[in-house]
Write a protein that binds this ligand. Structure first.
Ligand code: FAD
Length: 578
């Protein structure tokens, strides 16, 4: 099978056989589009045999036959619809792949420039120069039809922060005019990935279709945001379209920077290298844990900030627990290589964690940053900083390597007027309002607020953002405040969790009285909460604007008339907040 990647969502190939379908599934494809009509050649399998094989492998599949040399606009529209509806990544094939990539090109005309389409096809090994006049015509037609849409509230990102904020706004004002800009067709409950890597959840439990979580009444703009023009109250989409807003909410999450570790991307998912930070990869963590009988297992943590700072060690404790239960831990050397100098940022939780470190015999290696991985030789290279700040390189061989990747702000946020020096959306730690643009709010992992980047933080931030967005929309100053709450359920063994809950400055901020749940100790109650309750709290409450233990704190004093006036002045540079 000679598969050519066209985009993160789509790859194309020539004719595949039914036995190739399982291989495609193992490479991460989730859907197949069959563009070759039956009966073109005698050695060609019937499309139904591919459909059956895809069904057996759990892949979505669609038969969209296209006659060679006669790809119509209707074919391209059907292909575009399939791409929008089917889970990505998708593998489309015909005899050589040319019809499939032609369909993609026509579907993208008007969204990408003709030059970009032709050079992408060229990079994949297909020359579509004969199509350029048709692409140009489509581009012009689309451009003429494209008008600047406008919404009262535009939300960037349909993840935890974006959907929860939309839900909370609609709970307060059911006819609010909201658009959510989100390119993905899937929505992930990422906190569940630790349990997938620990063999407790199936990865399917952590995924819903985006359409399913998108609140009713919200307009979903299925595109990626490429930039911000806050002086004109507009966002710019990847195809150049501009959307105007009265109030903007920025919540696109962060970038997992796999390229920052040399060699990592090439070996991820093989050679014993895994990460719970990817939906597709978390099941491989559990496979490795189950299959490792002896040797060395390394777990790494990059420099802060990262989302869910406890996740790297959660993966390690659950692996150690499984090896304890199977009697193999004595034959496995476990090392935790942490760029930082402490096991956990809030000292109150460290004694309980240290008991598990000792129980499992984990070797803690602080101030050690993973910088390169050689998969085939199973070696990891670390930069090790000593007490005087001298840095040396050390190599460790491994049989299993769980990597938490370095994390940064997304480029389109970093390069925008909304970013602070570090690239994060520059927002107030309390009101979540942008420090320069009064009609812009931010929350979640993309925000500059110094809380722990967690869905738990988002659960408390979204109601604050929703309340303040509506205040500003109504010409009033924000008066709801967030206290920096974040939470990290540290899965120290299967069945027990140390439930870290804290606010700004590391102040403990427990949700329950100590006699119900003492978060500084490992408890079964906290495990029950994580395994049985939190997924439902997330999907059925938080994303729907039901603010369980998350009502926003409203400041008692009304804002002054002056504040209100400033919040009201949206237009031009006068809208900058005090
Ligand atoms: P996300 O939920 O990541 O959503 C961002 C959305 O923006 C995505 O849908 C993305 O497609 C979209 N987007 C990206 N770029 C663009 C663009 N250009 N235009 C438009 N949209 C865009 N949190 C906890 O509270 N407890 C835990 O136990 C926990 N464990 C975790 C374990 C792991 C392994 C991981 C990876 C995370 C964990 N988290 C946990 C963290 C939690 O999942 C995140 O903090 C939370 O999802 C952040 O929400 P968000 O909306 O900021 O980002």
């Amino acid at each position: 099978m000679d598969i050519k990647k066209v985009s993160p969502e789509l790859s194309v190939s020539g004719q595949i056989m039914p036995q190739d379908v399982a291989i495609a599934a193992s490479r991460g494809f989730r859907s197949i589009i069959i563009n070759r009509p039956d009966g073109e050649a005698s050695d060609q399998p019937e499309h139904q045999s591919i459909v059956d094989a895809a069904t057996r492998s759990g892949l979505s599949v669609r038969y969209l036959p296209v006659v060679s040399g006669n790809v119509t606009d209707a074919d391209a529209t059907a292909f575009q619809k399939a791409m929008a509806e089917m889970p990505a990544p998708i593998l489309a094939f015909c005899r050589t792949g040319t019809r499939s990539i032609t369909l993609w090109a026509l579907a993208k005309a008007g969204h990408l420039s003709s030059d970009a389409i032709l050079s992408t096809a060229e990079d994949a090994g297909y020359s579509l120069s004969g199509l350029s006049a048709r692409l140009d015509a489509n581009e012009q037609k689309q451009g003429a039809e494209r008008s600047t849409a406008s919404h009262d509230i535009v939300i960037i990102g349909g993840g935890a922060g974006g959907i929860a904020t939309a839900g909370s706004i609609l709970k307060r004002r059911k006819d609010a005019d909201i658009a959510v800009v989100e390119p993905r067709s899937e929505h992930y409950y990422q906190p569940g990935w630790t349990l997938v890597g620990g063999g407790v959840f199936k990865r399917e439990q952590t995924e819903r279709s985006m359409a399913q979580v998108m609140p009713k009444g919200v307009q979903w703009i299925r595109s990626a945001c490429a930039g911000f023009d806050p002086e004109h109250n507009q966002v710019i989409l990847e195809d150049g379209t501009r959307i105007s807003y009265k109030v903007l909410v920025v919540s696109p999450g962060l970038k997992l920077d796999w390229d920052a570790v040399e060699g990592l991307k090439d070996t991820l998912g093989k050679n014993g290298v895994t990460s719970n930070y990817l939906f597709d990869m978390a099941p491989y963590t559990w496979e490795l844990v189950k299959s490792l009988k002896r040797g060395r297992a390394l777990f790494t943590q990059p420099p802060m900030p990262i989302k869910c700072a406890g996740a790297p060690q959660k993966a390690m404790y659950l692996a150690c627990d499984a090896w304890t239960r199977s009697g193999r831990l004595k034959d496995i050397e476990v090392e935790f290589h942490n760029s930082g100098g402490a096991l956990f940022g809030v000292a109150d939780y460290v004694p309980s964690l240290m008991k598990y470190v000792e129980k499992y015999g984990i070797n803690l290696c602080f101030n050690e940053t993973l910088v390169a991985v050689d998969g085939p030789s199973q070696t990891a290279i670390f930069e090790v900083k000593d007490g005087d700040g001298n840095v040396t390189r050390q190599t460790r061989e491994f049989d299993m390597l769980h990597v938490c990747p370095p994390q940064t702000a997304l480029e389109f946020v970093k390069n925008s007027p909304l970013a602070n020096d570090a690239g994060w959306t520059d927002i107030s730690g309390e009101t979540l309002q942008h420090t320069q643009y009064g009609n812009v709010f931010g929350l979640g992992d993309a925000g500059s607020t110094p809380n722990a980047k967690t869905a738990a933080a988002v659960r408390k931030q979204a109601p604050v953002a929703a309340h303040n967005v509506l205040r500003v929309l109504d010409g009033r100053a924000p008066n709801a405040v967030y206290n920096g709450y974040g939470s990290c359920p540290l899965t120290v063994e299967r069945g027990k969790i140390v439930l870290a809950e804290f606010a700004y400055g590391g102040a403990l901020d427990p949700s329950f009285p100590k006699w119900i749940l003492d978060g500084t100790k490992p408890t079964r109650a906290a495990w029950f909460l994580k395994e049985k309750m939190l997924p439902a709290i997330y999907f059925d409450q938080m994303l729907k604007g039901i603010e369980f233990l998350a009502k926003p704190k409203i400041l008692p004093h009304s804002p002054t008339a002056h504040d209100a006036q400033e919040a009201c002045d949206f237009n031009g540079s006068d809208h900058k907040a005090a």
